[in-house]
Design a protein around this ligand. Structure first.
Ligand code: GLN
Length: 195
């Protein structure tokens, strides 16, 4: 299976290591030609404004959007990646892929010091709640009817994981914990491409 990690900024290596643990050698994606033959792309956490600007500079925004819209490639955005996949971001104008029917609130849980961990049950992920690490995390304020809510934060009920067909988005960082269940889930989504 050919899965890539968008390697413009953010925690690229951690995602590559997580995929490696599952026997998939991820490629680093920087240029449009790197998208060829990919069944899946991970857009990592980092700073969504920076990654978005670099996507414009490297001429990646349209090629990625087109492959997603043509369902030639699955995609998973974590944290900043979730922001970049959304159609709307409250109070910001920044380059976005605008492929998921979601409205996102950035830095929804406060500043860096407000980063936290929570055990979050995720629909379709067996084996108990997922150890979710939130770092200046966004939350999903609203979703369209085609979007499935996979997880809400216990307590305040904020939406923190969504899926829309071959597109997955999580507000937290599964790549920095040892639990590989979400990466495995994404690989099953990638396996649906071309089938
Ligand atoms: N706060 C960042 C943003 O708005 C996201 C943080 C992250 O990816 N950990 O882009």
């Amino acid at each position: 299976m050919n899965v890539g990690v968008l390697a413009l900024q953010g925690d690229v290596r951690e995602h590559a290591r997580a995929l490696g643990d599952l026997g998939v050698q991820a490629s680093e994606v920087r240029l449009p030609k790197d998208l060829e033959d990919l069944q899946g792309l991970i857009i990592p956490g980092g700073e969504s404004t920076t990654i978005g600007k670099l996507m414009v500079i490297f001429d990646m925004l349209e090629p990625i959007r087109q492959r997603i819209m043509a369902e030639e490639m699955a995609v998973w955005g974590t944290c900043a990646g979730m922001i970049l996949l959304s159609k709307n971001v409250v109070g910001h104008t920044q380059p976005l892929l605008r492929v998921m029917n979601s409205t996102i609130q950035r830095n929804a849980f406060g500043s860096q010091v407000a980063s936290f961990e929570a055990d979050v049950p995720i629909a379709g992920i067996e084996g108990g709640p997922f150890p979710a690490v939130f770092i200046r995390a966004p939350l999903v304020e609203a979703v369209g009817p085609e979007v499935e809510v996979l997880a809400r934060l216990p307590g305040d009920g904020s939406i923190v994981a969504i899926q829309e067909d071959l597109m997955l988005a999580t507000a937290f960082h599964p790549e920095i914990v040892d639990d590989r269940r979400l990466h495995r889930h994404f690989l099953t989504v990638c396996a649906r491409v071309d089938s």
